[in-house]
Design a protein around this ligand. Structure first.
Ligand code: FES
Length: 231
């Protein structure tokens, strides 16, 4: 299977505190997510237009992020506003970081997978829940999606090509898949129903990771699928 352009969860929203930045990846593209000191979150290409330093190594100052290398500062639209070596320079409009649309919903931070000014469809709004943790699995996103949709990793309801739900000890749990790299997948685990049980669900998620990383690829062949269907 292949994944289409769309909204992808990339982090637990509360994990990104005001005044901080972090690096993530989507389809192997490096992305900086950062939250300004007023609380708004942003997602940009993780590359300073000056000499390519990762902006996720930079410092948030109010509603700007400053590059670690030479201190160029960018506003919330990605526009460079200040160059320390030339403090009186009116910075040209062309010095701008490429940005992704982003939004917070269901306790997660989502970004639109293409660099564009505005996403063509609204962000996910069909669930509310309590994020439990993010899980990083050393398998391809396509393999992980197949393990869920084929019922190999347990009984999962398929909500979308990247959203899966199951029941853990009486609680409904939703997994949002982030195609991190070609060989690595992030899963953002959210409890959507039931008594709060973050510890129990986090333990279940660890066991799930072990299963996802150990299932042999031979289980994903059409023959194996047919054999399961006939059991
Ligand atoms: S590389 Fe970012 S300011 Fe120079």
């Amino acid at each position: 299977m292949s994944f289409e352009a769309g909204w992808y969860a990339v982090a637990i929203a509360d994990g990104l505190e005001p005044g901080t930045s972090a690096g993530t990846r989507l389809f192997d593209r490096e992305i900086v997510i950062w939250r300004d000191e007023s609380g708004a979150a942003h997602a940009w290409e993780d590359r300073c237009p000056h000499r390519g330093m990762r902006l996720s190594f930079g410092f948030v100052r109010g509603d700007h992020i400053a590059c670690l290398y030479h201190g160029w500062q960018y506003d919330t639209a990605g526009q460079c506003r200040y160059i320390p070596a030339h403090p009186d320079l009116a910075v040209p409009d062309t010095i701008k970081v490429t940005t992704y649309p982003s939004v917070e919903a269901g306790g997660l931070l989502w970004i639109w997978s293409e660099m564009t000014a505005e996403a063509p469809v609204p962000p996910p709004s069909d669930f509310a829940g309590t994020p439990v943790r993010s899980l990083y699995v050393e398998r391809s996103p396509e393999t992980i999606a197949s393990l869920f949709s084929g019922g190999i990793a347990g009984p999962f309801e398929i909500l979308s090509p990247t959203s899966f739900a199951t029941v853990v000890e009486g609680s409904t749990v939703r997994l949002e898949l982030q195609p991190f790299t070609a060989e690595r997948t992030a899963l953002h685990v959210v409890q959507t129903e039931g008594e709060p049980d973050a510890v129990g669900i986090a333990g279940w998620a660890e066991e799930l990771r072990a299963v996802l990383e150990s299932v042999p690829l031979s289980e994903l062949t059409p023959e194996a699928h047919l054999a399961r269907a006939m059991r």
